[in-house]
Write a protein that binds this ligand. Structure first.
Ligand code: HEM
Length: 179
């Protein structure tokens, strides 16, 4: 029980935190997408899914082969270790048109940022909910946020994609439209 709870804390903390930073960063880098989300807040879930696809906070998974299997013309043997590059799969042009374009309107639902199959992320729904609430609030309260590019610092990790520092400037305000 303790190890399961520990896994949930580790698996659920940094991944979601980095997702929020990545979402802000890529919206800021894409003024067209930013204007679209500002005009139409119902695009926030699309913004989140596209961030997961385009620059997911988990980049790779490991597996150990059981038995022998054939995969794309290769024979994999019992006990071999595999590194699955899900960040790369999410840019596969056979699955996504113009994969290197950040498009908050695309159907990104085929992405594998939360894995796939038996070990599909236990916290995917929670992460999506947390991100939606946080980013809707950012849109409503800090719509003019600007990232201080020289202050950006990336996490130094082969697996975790995201920022350890992201200074932003904004004009404090209540929710847009609120009196
Ligand atoms: C953006 C946020 C998140 C991302 C990108 C993410 C990504 C992933 C991925 C790729 C896997 C598959 C691991 C594998 O197949 O080996 C996974 C599994 C898992 N995730 Fe997440 N995760 C996120 C948020 C969360 C949250 C919020 C929680 C918990 C509250 C969580 C708990 C877990 C657990 C317990 C597993 C293992 C599931 C199993 O092995 O059956 N994750 N996650």
């Amino acid at each position: 029980m303790v190890s399961v709870l520990f896994l949930m804390i580790i698996a659920g903390n940094e991944t979601t935190t980095k997702l929020l930073g990545n979402a802000l960063y890529w919206l800021w880098r894409n003024p067209g997408a930013r204007a679209a989300v500002r005009r139409d807040p119902t695009l926030v879930p699309g913004w989140i899914e596209e961030t997961l696809r385009y620059d997911g906070s988990t980049q790779m998974l490991a597996r150990t082969v059981r038995g022998q299997l054939s995969f794309h013309g290769h024979t994999l043997r019992d006990g071999e270790r595999l590194l699955l590059l899900i960040g790369s799969a999410n840019r596969d042009e056979r699955a996504f048109e113009d994969p290197d374009v950040f498009d908050v309107r695309r159907d990104a639902s085929a992405h594998v940022a939360f894995g796939k199959g038996t070990h599909f992320c236990l916290g995917a729904s929670l992460a999506r909910l947390e991100a939606r609430i946080a980013l809707e609030e950012v849109q409503a309260r800090l719509p003019d946020f600007e990232i201080d590019a020289p202050g950006l610092a990336r996490v130094h990790s082969v697996n975790v994609r995201g920022f350890s520092s992201m200074p932003i400037e904004f004009t404090p305000r209540g929710r847009e439209g609120a009196p």
